[in-house]
Design a binder for this molecule. Structure first.
Ligand code: GLN
Length: 563
Protein backbone atom coordinates (compact mmCIF):
# COMPACT_ATOMS: atom_id res chain seq x y z
CA UNK A 1 0.00 0.00 0.00
CA UNK A 2 1.38 3.45 -0.89
CA UNK A 3 2.06 6.06 1.76
CA UNK A 4 0.16 9.34 1.62
CA UNK A 5 1.23 12.92 2.11
CA UNK A 6 -1.86 15.10 2.44
CA UNK A 7 -1.36 18.79 1.79
CA UNK A 8 -3.94 21.22 3.11
CA UNK A 9 -3.94 25.01 3.13
CA UNK A 10 -4.95 27.48 5.80
CA UNK A 11 -5.60 31.18 6.40
CA UNK A 12 -5.80 32.31 2.77
CA UNK A 13 -5.68 30.80 -0.70
CA UNK A 14 -2.95 31.31 -3.30
CA UNK A 15 -0.10 30.48 -0.95
CA UNK A 16 1.42 28.07 -3.43
CA UNK A 17 0.13 24.74 -2.16
CA UNK A 18 0.63 23.21 -5.60
CA UNK A 19 4.23 24.29 -5.78
CA UNK A 20 4.85 23.11 -2.22
CA UNK A 21 3.37 19.70 -3.08
CA UNK A 22 5.39 19.55 -6.29
CA UNK A 23 8.61 20.50 -4.50
CA UNK A 24 8.13 17.80 -1.87
CA UNK A 25 7.50 15.40 -4.74
CA UNK A 26 10.76 16.43 -6.37
CA UNK A 27 12.77 15.80 -3.19
CA UNK A 28 11.11 12.43 -2.52
CA UNK A 29 11.63 11.38 -6.13
CA UNK A 30 15.32 12.27 -5.81
CA UNK A 31 15.40 9.84 -2.87
CA UNK A 32 14.54 7.04 -5.26
CA UNK A 33 10.86 6.84 -4.33
CA UNK A 34 8.13 6.37 -6.91
CA UNK A 35 5.91 9.41 -6.45
CA UNK A 36 2.70 10.77 -7.85
CA UNK A 37 0.74 13.90 -6.96
CA UNK A 38 -3.05 14.10 -6.88
CA UNK A 39 -5.19 17.22 -6.74
CA UNK A 40 -8.71 17.16 -5.26
CA UNK A 41 -10.74 20.21 -6.29
CA UNK A 42 -13.74 21.10 -4.14
CA UNK A 43 -15.87 22.71 -6.85
CA UNK A 44 -18.89 21.14 -8.55
CA UNK A 45 -17.74 21.50 -12.17
CA UNK A 46 -16.96 18.03 -13.44
CA UNK A 47 -13.70 19.33 -14.89
CA UNK A 48 -12.22 22.80 -15.38
CA UNK A 49 -12.52 22.55 -19.19
CA UNK A 50 -15.61 24.70 -19.32
CA UNK A 51 -14.49 27.27 -16.76
CA UNK A 52 -13.43 30.77 -17.79
CA UNK A 53 -9.72 31.50 -17.65
CA UNK A 54 -10.65 34.42 -15.42
CA UNK A 55 -12.09 31.92 -12.95
CA UNK A 56 -9.57 29.24 -13.21
CA UNK A 57 -6.34 30.23 -14.91
CA UNK A 58 -4.86 27.74 -17.33
CA UNK A 59 -6.46 24.41 -18.12
CA UNK A 60 -3.63 21.89 -18.09
CA UNK A 61 -3.99 18.92 -20.45
CA UNK A 62 -2.54 15.53 -19.50
CA UNK A 63 -1.06 13.04 -21.94
CA UNK A 64 -4.25 10.96 -21.77
CA UNK A 65 -6.37 13.98 -22.62
CA UNK A 66 -7.83 15.17 -19.33
CA UNK A 67 -8.53 18.87 -18.88
CA UNK A 68 -7.24 19.53 -15.41
CA UNK A 69 -6.19 22.06 -12.85
CA UNK A 70 -3.07 24.10 -13.56
CA UNK A 71 -1.42 22.64 -10.47
CA UNK A 72 -0.90 19.43 -12.45
CA UNK A 73 1.35 21.52 -14.67
CA UNK A 74 3.48 22.35 -11.64
CA UNK A 75 3.59 18.68 -10.70
CA UNK A 76 4.86 17.66 -14.13
CA UNK A 77 7.44 20.42 -14.11
CA UNK A 78 8.82 19.29 -10.75
CA UNK A 79 8.61 15.50 -10.88
CA UNK A 80 9.53 13.09 -13.65
CA UNK A 81 6.41 10.95 -13.43
CA UNK A 82 3.61 12.02 -15.78
CA UNK A 83 0.18 12.79 -14.44
CA UNK A 84 -2.97 11.27 -15.90
CA UNK A 85 -6.73 11.74 -15.74
CA UNK A 86 -6.81 10.02 -12.36
CA UNK A 87 -4.52 12.64 -10.82
CA UNK A 88 -7.21 15.29 -10.65
CA UNK A 89 -10.80 15.03 -9.53
CA UNK A 90 -13.51 17.40 -8.38
CA UNK A 91 -16.49 17.29 -6.06
CA UNK A 92 -18.53 17.30 -9.26
CA UNK A 93 -16.95 14.05 -10.41
CA UNK A 94 -17.42 12.42 -7.02
CA UNK A 95 -21.12 13.30 -6.86
CA UNK A 96 -21.58 12.33 -10.50
CA UNK A 97 -20.14 8.89 -9.77
CA UNK A 98 -22.16 8.39 -6.60
CA UNK A 99 -25.41 9.51 -8.22
CA UNK A 100 -24.91 7.18 -11.16
CA UNK A 101 -24.32 4.28 -8.77
CA UNK A 102 -27.44 5.26 -6.86
CA UNK A 103 -29.47 5.21 -10.10
CA UNK A 104 -28.09 1.80 -10.95
CA UNK A 105 -29.24 0.56 -7.55
CA UNK A 106 -25.73 -0.24 -6.40
CA UNK A 107 -26.40 0.98 -2.86
CA UNK A 108 -29.06 -1.72 -2.43
CA UNK A 109 -31.77 0.58 -1.20
CA UNK A 110 -29.70 2.23 1.52
CA UNK A 111 -29.96 5.96 2.22
CA UNK A 112 -27.13 7.52 0.25
CA UNK A 113 -25.25 10.09 2.35
CA UNK A 114 -22.19 12.30 2.35
CA UNK A 115 -20.74 10.06 5.05
CA UNK A 116 -20.01 7.29 4.18
CA UNK A 117 -20.87 7.26 0.47
CA UNK A 118 -19.23 10.47 -0.71
CA UNK A 119 -16.26 10.07 1.62
CA UNK A 120 -15.78 6.43 0.53
CA UNK A 121 -15.90 7.43 -3.10
CA UNK A 122 -13.24 10.10 -2.44
CA UNK A 123 -11.02 7.43 -0.90
CA UNK A 124 -11.53 5.18 -3.91
CA UNK A 125 -10.53 8.05 -6.20
CA UNK A 126 -7.40 8.66 -4.10
CA UNK A 127 -6.46 4.97 -4.36
CA UNK A 128 -6.99 5.09 -8.11
CA UNK A 129 -4.79 8.18 -8.31
CA UNK A 130 -2.09 6.30 -6.40
CA UNK A 131 -2.47 3.45 -8.98
CA UNK A 132 -3.15 0.99 -6.14
CA UNK A 133 -3.24 -2.60 -7.36
CA UNK A 134 -1.72 -1.78 -10.75
CA UNK A 135 1.88 -2.24 -11.96
CA UNK A 136 2.23 1.56 -11.64
CA UNK A 137 1.45 1.63 -7.92
CA UNK A 138 3.51 4.37 -6.28
CA UNK A 139 5.51 4.45 -3.05
CA UNK A 140 4.20 7.85 -2.07
CA UNK A 141 1.09 9.69 -3.24
CA UNK A 142 1.07 13.36 -2.42
CA UNK A 143 -2.55 14.51 -2.25
CA UNK A 144 -3.29 18.21 -2.45
CA UNK A 145 -6.65 19.26 -1.03
CA UNK A 146 -7.95 22.28 -2.94
CA UNK A 147 -9.42 25.22 -1.06
CA UNK A 148 -8.70 26.36 2.47
CA UNK A 149 -9.41 24.62 5.78
CA UNK A 150 -12.64 26.06 7.13
CA UNK A 151 -14.40 26.12 3.75
CA UNK A 152 -17.69 24.25 3.84
CA UNK A 153 -17.05 22.68 0.46
CA UNK A 154 -13.75 21.02 1.33
CA UNK A 155 -15.09 19.31 4.46
CA UNK A 156 -15.92 15.97 2.79
CA UNK A 157 -12.36 15.78 1.43
CA UNK A 158 -10.86 16.42 4.88
CA UNK A 159 -13.20 13.86 6.42
CA UNK A 160 -12.21 11.37 3.74
CA UNK A 161 -8.47 11.75 4.35
CA UNK A 162 -8.99 11.52 8.10
CA UNK A 163 -10.81 8.23 7.60
CA UNK A 164 -8.22 6.98 5.16
CA UNK A 165 -5.37 7.59 7.60
CA UNK A 166 -7.36 5.87 10.36
CA UNK A 167 -8.05 2.84 8.17
CA UNK A 168 -4.52 2.52 6.83
CA UNK A 169 -2.77 2.96 10.15
CA UNK A 170 -0.63 5.54 11.91
CA UNK A 171 2.37 5.53 9.58
CA UNK A 172 0.27 5.57 6.43
CA UNK A 173 -0.20 9.31 6.28
CA UNK A 174 1.67 12.54 6.79
CA UNK A 175 -0.42 15.69 7.12
CA UNK A 176 1.24 18.81 5.79
CA UNK A 177 -0.44 22.13 6.41
CA UNK A 178 0.52 25.28 4.53
CA UNK A 179 -0.29 28.55 6.23
CA UNK A 180 0.45 32.25 6.10
CA UNK A 181 2.53 34.10 8.67
CA UNK A 182 1.85 37.72 7.76
CA UNK A 183 4.21 40.58 8.48
CA UNK A 184 2.27 43.45 10.02
CA UNK A 185 3.98 46.66 9.08
CA UNK A 186 2.62 48.88 11.84
CA UNK A 187 3.75 46.39 14.49
CA UNK A 188 6.95 45.54 12.63
CA UNK A 189 6.28 41.87 13.42
CA UNK A 190 5.46 38.53 11.90
CA UNK A 191 2.15 37.30 13.33
CA UNK A 192 1.66 33.63 14.15
CA UNK A 193 -1.94 33.78 15.37
CA UNK A 194 -3.63 32.98 12.03
CA UNK A 195 -1.43 29.87 11.79
CA UNK A 196 -2.34 28.80 15.32
CA UNK A 197 -6.03 29.14 14.52
CA UNK A 198 -5.74 27.33 11.25
CA UNK A 199 -3.98 24.35 12.86
CA UNK A 200 -6.65 24.30 15.57
CA UNK A 201 -9.37 24.33 12.94
CA UNK A 202 -7.75 21.33 11.33
CA UNK A 203 -7.61 19.55 14.69
CA UNK A 204 -11.33 20.20 15.24
CA UNK A 205 -11.90 18.17 12.10
CA UNK A 206 -9.76 15.42 13.57
CA UNK A 207 -6.52 15.99 11.69
CA UNK A 208 -3.27 16.73 13.53
CA UNK A 209 -0.65 18.32 11.31
CA UNK A 210 2.72 16.56 11.18
CA UNK A 211 4.45 19.32 9.28
CA UNK A 212 3.76 23.04 8.93
CA UNK A 213 4.96 24.99 5.94
CA UNK A 214 4.78 28.60 7.04
CA UNK A 215 4.71 31.09 4.18
CA UNK A 216 6.03 34.55 4.90
CA UNK A 217 7.55 37.38 2.94
CA UNK A 218 10.80 36.83 4.89
CA UNK A 219 12.52 33.99 6.76
CA UNK A 220 10.70 33.19 10.01
CA UNK A 221 13.06 33.56 13.01
CA UNK A 222 13.58 30.55 15.26
CA UNK A 223 11.79 32.06 18.26
CA UNK A 224 8.65 32.54 16.14
CA UNK A 225 8.94 28.96 14.92
CA UNK A 226 9.17 27.86 18.54
CA UNK A 227 6.05 29.80 19.36
CA UNK A 228 4.17 28.23 16.46
CA UNK A 229 5.37 24.81 17.56
CA UNK A 230 4.21 25.32 21.13
CA UNK A 231 0.77 26.62 20.26
CA UNK A 232 0.06 24.26 17.42
CA UNK A 233 1.49 21.07 18.95
CA UNK A 234 3.76 20.42 15.98
CA UNK A 235 7.42 19.59 16.80
CA UNK A 236 9.78 22.51 16.33
CA UNK A 237 11.82 20.82 13.58
CA UNK A 238 8.60 20.30 11.63
CA UNK A 239 7.74 24.00 11.59
CA UNK A 240 9.27 25.11 8.32
CA UNK A 241 9.98 28.64 7.20
CA UNK A 242 9.03 29.13 3.56
CA UNK A 243 10.04 32.66 2.66
CA UNK A 244 9.28 34.39 -0.64
CA UNK A 245 11.83 33.66 -3.36
CA UNK A 246 12.42 35.04 -6.83
CA UNK A 247 12.01 31.64 -8.50
CA UNK A 248 9.77 28.72 -7.65
CA UNK A 249 12.60 26.40 -8.65
CA UNK A 250 14.43 27.35 -5.45
CA UNK A 251 11.74 25.77 -3.27
CA UNK A 252 12.92 22.14 -3.40
CA UNK A 253 16.31 23.14 -1.99
CA UNK A 254 14.74 25.45 0.59
CA UNK A 255 12.55 22.61 1.90
CA UNK A 256 15.36 20.10 1.77
CA UNK A 257 17.70 22.35 3.76
CA UNK A 258 15.11 22.31 6.54
CA UNK A 259 14.85 18.51 6.32
CA UNK A 260 11.24 18.38 5.19
CA UNK A 261 11.86 15.04 3.49
CA UNK A 262 13.29 13.64 6.73
CA UNK A 263 10.17 14.62 8.68
CA UNK A 264 7.99 13.05 5.99
CA UNK A 265 10.00 9.83 5.82
CA UNK A 266 10.05 9.52 9.62
CA UNK A 267 6.32 10.11 9.89
CA UNK A 268 5.69 7.50 7.21
CA UNK A 269 8.34 5.08 8.53
CA UNK A 270 9.94 5.09 5.09
CA UNK A 271 13.54 4.09 4.41
CA UNK A 272 15.04 5.78 1.37
CA UNK A 273 18.48 6.90 0.19
CA UNK A 274 19.53 10.52 0.75
CA UNK A 275 18.15 13.21 -1.55
CA UNK A 276 20.22 14.51 -4.46
CA UNK A 277 19.30 17.99 -5.64
CA UNK A 278 22.14 18.50 -8.09
CA UNK A 279 19.85 19.10 -11.09
CA UNK A 280 18.01 21.78 -9.16
CA UNK A 281 21.26 23.42 -8.09
CA UNK A 282 22.47 23.48 -11.71
CA UNK A 283 19.24 25.08 -12.68
CA UNK A 284 19.54 27.82 -10.09
CA UNK A 285 23.08 28.46 -11.25
CA UNK A 286 21.78 29.02 -14.79
CA UNK A 287 19.03 31.22 -13.46
CA UNK A 288 21.49 33.39 -11.60
CA UNK A 289 23.94 33.77 -14.45
CA UNK A 290 22.19 34.60 -17.71
CA UNK A 291 24.45 35.89 -20.47
CA UNK A 292 21.83 37.71 -22.48
CA UNK A 293 18.30 39.05 -22.20
CA UNK A 294 15.67 38.52 -24.89
CA UNK A 295 12.33 40.25 -25.05
CA UNK A 296 9.36 38.24 -26.26
CA UNK A 297 6.03 39.85 -27.12
CA UNK A 298 3.19 37.50 -26.22
CA UNK A 299 0.14 38.73 -28.10
CA UNK A 300 -2.99 37.46 -26.43
CA UNK A 301 -6.37 38.18 -25.00
CA UNK A 302 -6.02 37.52 -21.29
CA UNK A 303 -3.08 39.86 -20.77
CA UNK A 304 -4.21 40.80 -17.28
CA UNK A 305 -4.39 37.21 -16.30
CA UNK A 306 -0.98 35.71 -16.88
CA UNK A 307 -2.04 32.62 -14.88
CA UNK A 308 -3.94 31.54 -17.97
CA UNK A 309 -0.61 31.25 -19.83
CA UNK A 310 1.19 29.56 -16.94
CA UNK A 311 2.75 26.60 -18.76
CA UNK A 312 3.73 28.77 -21.70
CA UNK A 313 5.41 31.36 -19.51
CA UNK A 314 7.29 28.60 -17.70
CA UNK A 315 8.31 26.94 -20.98
CA UNK A 316 9.86 30.22 -22.15
CA UNK A 317 11.69 30.58 -18.84
CA UNK A 318 12.96 27.00 -19.18
CA UNK A 319 14.20 27.76 -22.69
CA UNK A 320 16.06 30.72 -21.20
CA UNK A 321 17.68 28.47 -18.60
CA UNK A 322 18.87 26.14 -21.33
CA UNK A 323 20.19 28.91 -23.59
CA UNK A 324 21.76 30.86 -20.73
CA UNK A 325 19.49 33.82 -21.29
CA UNK A 326 16.86 35.70 -19.39
CA UNK A 327 13.56 35.70 -21.22
CA UNK A 328 11.55 38.83 -20.58
CA UNK A 329 7.93 38.28 -21.56
CA UNK A 330 5.65 41.19 -22.25
CA UNK A 331 1.96 40.48 -22.57
CA UNK A 332 0.38 42.59 -25.28
CA UNK A 333 -3.34 42.99 -25.75
CA UNK A 334 -4.20 41.96 -29.30
CA UNK A 335 -7.17 44.35 -29.40
CA UNK A 336 -4.74 47.18 -28.87
CA UNK A 337 -2.76 46.02 -31.92
CA UNK A 338 -5.98 45.88 -33.88
CA UNK A 339 -6.75 49.49 -32.94
CA UNK A 340 -3.30 51.00 -33.14
CA UNK A 341 -1.43 48.79 -35.59
CA UNK A 342 1.55 46.52 -34.93
CA UNK A 343 4.22 49.21 -34.49
CA UNK A 344 4.27 48.59 -30.77
CA UNK A 345 5.90 45.25 -31.59
CA UNK A 346 9.02 47.01 -32.78
CA UNK A 347 12.02 46.37 -30.58
CA UNK A 348 11.01 42.86 -29.52
CA UNK A 349 13.32 39.97 -30.28
CA UNK A 350 10.49 37.53 -30.93
CA UNK A 351 6.72 37.40 -31.24
CA UNK A 352 4.40 34.69 -29.97
CA UNK A 353 0.68 34.12 -30.43
CA UNK A 354 -0.59 31.56 -27.90
CA UNK A 355 -3.71 29.42 -27.89
CA UNK A 356 -7.10 30.96 -27.41
CA UNK A 357 -10.82 30.71 -27.96
CA UNK A 358 -13.36 33.22 -29.27
CA UNK A 359 -13.36 36.06 -31.72
CA UNK A 360 -12.19 38.95 -29.59
CA UNK A 361 -8.74 40.22 -30.53
CA UNK A 362 -8.30 37.83 -33.45
CA UNK A 363 -7.65 40.48 -36.13
CA UNK A 364 -4.99 42.07 -33.91
CA UNK A 365 -3.27 38.71 -33.64
CA UNK A 366 -3.32 38.35 -37.44
CA UNK A 367 -1.71 41.80 -37.73
CA UNK A 368 0.98 40.76 -35.27
CA UNK A 369 1.69 37.61 -37.29
CA UNK A 370 1.89 39.58 -40.57
CA UNK A 371 4.30 41.96 -38.85
CA UNK A 372 6.51 39.09 -37.68
CA UNK A 373 6.45 37.44 -41.11
CA UNK A 374 7.18 40.59 -43.12
CA UNK A 375 9.85 41.92 -40.77
CA UNK A 376 11.50 38.52 -40.37
CA UNK A 377 11.09 38.53 -36.60
CA UNK A 378 11.15 35.04 -35.03
CA UNK A 379 7.55 33.86 -34.71
CA UNK A 380 6.05 31.01 -32.73
CA UNK A 381 2.35 30.25 -33.07
CA UNK A 382 0.63 27.83 -30.74
CA UNK A 383 -2.77 26.28 -31.50
CA UNK A 384 -4.88 29.36 -32.32
CA UNK A 385 -1.51 30.99 -33.07
CA UNK A 386 -1.00 28.39 -35.81
CA UNK A 387 -4.52 28.61 -37.17
CA UNK A 388 -4.18 32.37 -37.50
CA UNK A 389 -0.72 32.06 -39.07
CA UNK A 390 -2.32 29.89 -41.76
CA UNK A 391 -5.17 32.40 -42.19
CA UNK A 392 -2.67 35.27 -42.44
CA UNK A 393 -0.68 33.41 -45.09
CA UNK A 394 -3.82 32.49 -46.99
CA UNK A 395 -5.04 36.10 -47.04
CA UNK A 396 -1.82 37.90 -47.79
CA UNK A 397 0.27 35.44 -49.79
CA UNK A 398 -1.95 32.69 -51.22
CA UNK A 399 -4.63 35.01 -52.55
CA UNK A 400 -7.49 33.69 -50.42
CA UNK A 401 -8.25 37.23 -49.33
CA UNK A 402 -11.36 36.33 -47.39
CA UNK A 403 -9.81 33.42 -45.54
CA UNK A 404 -10.95 32.97 -41.98
CA UNK A 405 -11.79 30.40 -39.36
CA UNK A 406 -15.43 29.42 -39.06
CA UNK A 407 -14.96 29.92 -35.32
CA UNK A 408 -14.92 33.67 -36.05
CA UNK A 409 -16.98 33.89 -39.24
CA UNK A 410 -19.28 30.89 -39.68
CA UNK A 411 -20.23 31.93 -43.22
CA UNK A 412 -16.77 32.80 -44.53
CA UNK A 413 -16.44 31.88 -48.24
CA UNK A 414 -12.89 30.67 -47.59
CA UNK A 415 -12.99 28.54 -44.45
CA UNK A 416 -9.25 28.00 -44.14
CA UNK A 417 -9.83 26.78 -40.59
CA UNK A 418 -13.03 24.92 -39.75
CA UNK A 419 -14.54 22.01 -37.90
CA UNK A 420 -13.88 18.82 -39.82
CA UNK A 421 -17.62 18.56 -40.42
CA UNK A 422 -17.60 21.99 -42.06
CA UNK A 423 -14.70 21.62 -44.49
CA UNK A 424 -15.55 23.04 -47.90
CA UNK A 425 -13.47 24.06 -50.88
CA UNK A 426 -12.81 27.61 -52.02
CA UNK A 427 -15.51 27.19 -54.70
CA UNK A 428 -18.03 26.85 -51.92
CA UNK A 429 -18.68 23.20 -52.64
CA UNK A 430 -18.86 20.99 -49.64
CA UNK A 431 -16.43 18.24 -50.42
CA UNK A 432 -16.47 14.78 -48.98
CA UNK A 433 -18.23 15.40 -45.75
CA UNK A 434 -17.65 11.72 -45.34
CA UNK A 435 -14.19 12.68 -44.24
CA UNK A 436 -15.81 14.03 -41.15
CA UNK A 437 -14.78 11.94 -38.21
CA UNK A 438 -15.72 11.61 -34.61
CA UNK A 439 -13.49 14.56 -33.91
CA UNK A 440 -15.88 16.95 -35.61
CA UNK A 441 -17.36 19.43 -33.19
CA UNK A 442 -15.76 17.92 -30.16
CA UNK A 443 -12.51 18.84 -28.55
CA UNK A 444 -9.39 17.04 -29.73
CA UNK A 445 -7.58 16.35 -26.49
CA UNK A 446 -4.39 14.67 -25.36
CA UNK A 447 -1.20 13.47 -26.94
CA UNK A 448 -0.85 12.02 -30.40
CA UNK A 449 2.14 10.67 -32.33
CA UNK A 450 2.83 12.20 -35.76
CA UNK A 451 5.59 11.90 -38.35
CA UNK A 452 7.69 14.96 -39.13
CA UNK A 453 8.77 15.64 -42.72
CA UNK A 454 12.51 15.28 -43.31
CA UNK A 455 14.29 18.43 -44.44
CA UNK A 456 12.13 20.75 -42.35
CA UNK A 457 13.16 22.82 -39.34
CA UNK A 458 10.55 20.86 -37.40
CA UNK A 459 12.57 17.72 -38.21
CA UNK A 460 15.80 19.37 -37.07
CA UNK A 461 14.09 20.15 -33.78
CA UNK A 462 11.95 17.09 -33.10
CA UNK A 463 13.49 14.38 -35.22
CA UNK A 464 11.21 12.01 -37.13
CA UNK A 465 8.35 11.95 -34.67
CA UNK A 466 6.44 14.43 -32.53
CA UNK A 467 4.33 13.46 -29.51
CA UNK A 468 2.55 16.47 -28.07
CA UNK A 469 -0.78 17.30 -26.45
CA UNK A 470 -3.81 18.93 -28.07
CA UNK A 471 -6.76 20.97 -26.92
CA UNK A 472 -8.76 22.39 -29.80
CA UNK A 473 -11.79 21.89 -32.02
CA UNK A 474 -10.96 23.52 -35.32
CA UNK A 475 -8.51 22.20 -37.91
CA UNK A 476 -6.76 23.48 -41.00
CA UNK A 477 -9.14 22.67 -43.86
CA UNK A 478 -7.74 19.78 -45.90
CA UNK A 479 -9.70 21.04 -48.93
CA UNK A 480 -7.75 24.29 -48.92
CA UNK A 481 -4.38 23.47 -47.43
CA UNK A 482 -2.74 22.87 -50.83
CA UNK A 483 -3.37 26.51 -51.69
CA UNK A 484 -1.20 27.80 -48.85
CA UNK A 485 1.31 25.00 -49.36
CA UNK A 486 1.68 25.92 -53.07
CA UNK A 487 2.18 29.54 -52.02
CA UNK A 488 5.16 28.51 -49.90
CA UNK A 489 3.95 27.65 -46.41
CA UNK A 490 5.61 24.37 -45.51
CA UNK A 491 3.40 21.78 -43.85
CA UNK A 492 5.98 20.03 -41.71
CA UNK A 493 3.81 17.49 -39.94
CA UNK A 494 0.39 15.91 -40.29
CA UNK A 495 -1.55 13.32 -38.29
CA UNK A 496 -1.17 9.76 -39.62
CA UNK A 497 -4.80 8.92 -40.42
CA UNK A 498 -6.68 12.08 -41.23
CA UNK A 499 -3.74 14.20 -42.43
CA UNK A 500 -4.65 17.01 -40.07
CA UNK A 501 -2.05 19.76 -40.11
CA UNK A 502 0.16 19.64 -37.00
CA UNK A 503 3.03 21.97 -37.84
CA UNK A 504 3.73 24.68 -40.41
CA UNK A 505 6.86 26.72 -41.05
CA UNK A 506 8.52 29.06 -43.50
CA UNK A 507 11.73 27.90 -45.19
CA UNK A 508 14.98 29.42 -43.88
CA UNK A 509 15.49 31.09 -47.28
CA UNK A 510 12.38 33.19 -46.68
CA UNK A 511 12.31 33.78 -42.93
CA UNK A 512 14.90 33.15 -40.19
CA UNK A 513 12.45 31.39 -37.84
CA UNK A 514 8.72 31.13 -38.41
CA UNK A 515 7.01 28.10 -36.91
CA UNK A 516 3.52 27.34 -35.77
CA UNK A 517 2.08 24.22 -34.18
CA UNK A 518 -1.45 22.96 -33.65
CA UNK A 519 -0.53 21.27 -30.36
CA UNK A 520 0.61 22.71 -27.05
CA UNK A 521 4.34 22.07 -26.62
CA UNK A 522 4.33 24.10 -23.40
CA UNK A 523 2.71 21.21 -21.53
CA UNK A 524 5.79 19.01 -21.95
CA UNK A 525 8.50 21.52 -21.12
CA UNK A 526 10.27 21.02 -17.79
CA UNK A 527 12.89 23.20 -16.12
CA UNK A 528 15.32 20.33 -15.92
CA UNK A 529 15.04 19.10 -19.50
CA UNK A 530 13.77 22.22 -21.26
CA UNK A 531 12.01 21.74 -24.61
CA UNK A 532 13.68 21.67 -28.04
CA UNK A 533 11.07 23.80 -29.80
CA UNK A 534 11.21 26.62 -27.24
CA UNK A 535 15.00 26.43 -27.07
CA UNK A 536 15.25 26.76 -30.84
CA UNK A 537 12.84 29.71 -30.72
CA UNK A 538 14.81 31.55 -28.02
CA UNK A 539 18.04 30.82 -29.85
CA UNK A 540 16.50 32.42 -32.94
CA UNK A 541 15.46 35.41 -30.82
CA UNK A 542 19.04 35.75 -29.57
CA UNK A 543 20.36 35.57 -33.14
CA UNK A 544 17.81 38.12 -34.31
CA UNK A 545 18.78 40.46 -31.51
CA UNK A 546 22.45 40.28 -32.50
CA UNK A 547 21.66 40.67 -36.22
CA UNK A 548 19.42 43.64 -35.56
CA UNK A 549 22.17 45.43 -33.71
CA UNK A 550 24.65 44.74 -36.48
CA UNK A 551 26.31 41.84 -34.71
CA UNK A 552 27.75 43.87 -31.86
CA UNK A 553 28.09 42.89 -28.22
CA UNK A 554 25.38 43.36 -25.66
CA UNK A 555 26.88 46.64 -24.45
CA UNK A 556 27.03 47.88 -28.04
CA UNK A 557 23.40 46.95 -28.58
CA UNK A 558 22.27 48.85 -25.55
CA UNK A 559 24.03 51.93 -26.85
CA UNK A 560 22.34 51.35 -30.16
CA UNK A 561 18.94 51.21 -28.48
CA UNK A 562 19.66 54.36 -26.51
CA UNK A 563 20.70 56.16 -29.68
N1 GLN B 1 -10.10 28.08 -30.73
C1 GLN B 1 -9.28 27.17 -31.47
C2 GLN B 1 -9.90 25.81 -31.58
O1 GLN B 1 -10.76 25.45 -30.83
C3 GLN B 1 -7.90 27.07 -30.87
C4 GLN B 1 -7.88 26.46 -29.51
C5 GLN B 1 -6.61 26.70 -28.77
O2 GLN B 1 -5.83 27.59 -29.13
N2 GLN B 1 -6.36 25.96 -27.70
O3 GLN B 1 -9.53 25.04 -32.42
Amino acid sequence: MPKFVFVTGGVVSSLGKGIAAASMGAILESRGLKVTIIKMDPYLNVDPGTMSPFQHGEVFVTEDGAETDLDLGHYERFIDAKTRKVNNFTTGQIYDTVLRKERRGEYLGKTVQVIPHITNEIQDFIMRGARVGTPDEVDVAIVEVGGTVGDIESLPFLEAIRQLSLRQGRTSSCFVHLTLVPFIKSAGELKTKPTQHSVQKLREIGISANLLLCRADRPIPDDEREKISLFSNVPYEAVISVADVDSIYRIPRMLWEQKVDEVICQTLALQAPAANLKVWDDLIDRLEHPQETVRVAMVGKYVDLTESYKSLTEALIHAGLHTRSRVQIEYIDSEQIDDQGPDMLQGFDAILVPGGFGKRGVEGKIKAIAFARQNKIPYLGICLGMQLAVVEYARHVAGLTKANSTEFDPSTPEPMIALITEWVGADGAVQSRSQASDLGGTMRLGAQRCQVKPGTRAHDIYGPEVYERHRHRYEVNNQLKDRVAKAGLVIASETPNESLVEMVELPASVHPWFMAVQFHPEFTSTPRKGHPLFESYIQAALAYKVARSGGTSQAGQQQGVAA
